[in-house]
Design a protein around this ligand. Structure first.
Ligand code: GLN
Length: 450
């Protein structure tokens, strides 16, 4: 309770500068903290018992606003907790509130939120990354020790890189999506952002595992992520994809990443060059598939069932049209239009089907690469955090920044970003990818390095 109160005070004091929280839930947090204290007093143990956290505002939380960063969910209070939220609650974690994000998780800068942009605590004129920008800023500013995020194309790893944190996107199907508002259902995965791999291991251990409420959840035992942290790295085969170090990468980031590789070599790792030949097609494929799925998922927001409804609708069609026109922001509308177009009769084969074929090729590239290496390593992002507003009017420039992260989502693989140092005072990240369900390997490598 004492810790919870002190962090709540810190949030009220510092967050007005950062805008990382959409809701601060003082009363429920104090109640949860007292309950955790009582459980501890009764002899219960557990690292998360009483640990303060906060959730990205697309995880449904019973009785608390879940906005997904959108005006269209104005006033929406979910009647239930997402599985991720329920599992952390059961482990005794205390939620201090809900964190800002790009609207419907569409973005890489947290500037598309209806609740305003979030600032990077390392440089207040810079973006914190997105779409889990509130999660990253809150943890980086030490407002909470860990937070949940989601990653459809990099939204855990990229903000972690921009704010000097560790974040892990699990294998598709490892963490339940039940109660997570869908963006692109075949790509979305929830996961933690924290300061260290060890903290991520604790969080992931609590949220991973089969959930019968999510039909894509995989019924496979969860590794003991803490137990594998200390495994030595001697003999670990690391692959450096040559396509990750080509044109477009800030050479200072390349140097920072290669310095991490040198450290890992000292710990016994063996480094090889590999190739992921279809990587150059990842951005166009992703920006067809993700909007296509989004256009379908977002059709449920019609002004009738959830959140915002326009004033004085004239008839049902007017209600749908105006509620959506007024409720969705510009980036969300752009994606609904792109996605609807890509799925429409006559264009489906040319765009959606072709993108799915590219997706298959990208997955095959990874599967063959993992015949020769245990993990793949590269930069998380081509550039450090950009200035607020710098790319706001150029969506394609922003899409291109996702080049290194989206392939893991297209293939369904687990990926982790960890701090790789600073470029001009701005944090940069190194990304590790592993075969399916080898989150423990990623956490192990990151922990050994850290
Ligand atoms: N930047 C990517 C997009 O806008 C990824 C976002 C995400 O992972 N949620 O789609």
């Amino acid at each position: 309770e004492e810790l919870t109160r002190s962090l709540l005070a810190r949030i009220h004091q510092l967050d007005p500068q950062l805008n990382s929280f959409i809701s601060i839930t003082d009363e429920p947090a104090i109640e949860q903290a007292r309950a955790a204290d009582a459980r501890r007093a009764a002899g219960e143990q557990g690292a998360l018992l009483g640990a303060p956290i906060a959730h990205k505002d697309l995880f449904c939380t019973e009785g608390v606003l879940t906005s997904c960063g959108s005006k269209i969910l104005d006033g929406f209070k979910a009647p239930y907790d997402a599985t991720v939220v329920a599992r952390l609650k059961a482990a005794g974690a205390v939620s201090l509130g809900k964190l800002n994000m790009d609207e419907f998780a569409m973005g890489s800068s947290n500037e598309s939120s209806h609740y305003g942009a979030v600032k990077n605590p390392w440089a207040l004129d810079r973006v914190p990354g997105g779409s889990s920008g509130g999660s990253a800023a809150a943890v980086a500013a030490r407002l909470v020790p860990a937070a949940t995020g989601t990653d459809t194309g990099g939204s855990i790893r990229q903000p972690a890189a921009f704010t000097n944190l560790t974040g892990i996107k699990p294998t598709y199907g490892r963490v339940s999506r039940w109660g997570m508002i869908a963006y692109a259902s075949s790509l979305d995965q929830g996961g933690p952002l924290a300061r260290t791999a060890e903290d991520c291991a604790l969080m992931l251990g609590a949220i991973a595992g089969f959930d019968p409420k999510d039909s894509t959840s995989v019924d496979q035992p969860v590794d003991d992520y803490l137990a594998s942290l200390n495994q030595p790295l001697a003999g670990l085969r690391i692959g450096l994809p040559k396509e990750y170090f080509g044109a477009g990468l800030d050479s200072r980031i390349a140097d920072a990443v290669l310095a991490v590789v040198e450290e890992l070599k000292k710990l016994g790792a063996i480094v090889k060059e590999i190739s992921l030949p279809n990587m150059q097609h990842a951005i166009p494929a992703y920006y067809v598939i993700a909007p296509a799925e989004a256009s379908s998922n977002l059709s449920r927001f019609d002004g009738v069932r959830f959140g915002y409804r326009c004033e004085n609708p004239q008839n049902l069609e007017d209600l749908y049209k105006r509620s959506r026109a007024e409720g969705f922001g510009a980036e969300v509308k752009r994606r609904i239009m792109v996605g609807t177009y890509a799925l429409s009769a006559g264009y489906y084969d040319a765009y959606y089907l072709k993108a799915q074929k590219i997706r298959r090729l990208i997955k095959s590239d990874f599967i063959s690469a993992f015949n020769d290496v245990d993990v793949i390593l590269g930069p998380t992002t081509p550039n450090p955090a950009w200035k607020l507003g710098e790319k706001s009017n150029d969506p394609v420039a922003q899409y291109l920044e996702d080049i290194y992260t989206i392939t893991a989502n297209l293939a369904g693989l687990p990926g982790l970003s960890m701090p790789a140092g600073f470029v001009d005072g701005l944090p940069v990240g190194v990304q590790l990818l592993a075969p399916y369900f080898q989150e423990s390997r990623l956490l192990n490598v990151a922990h050994q390095y850290q």
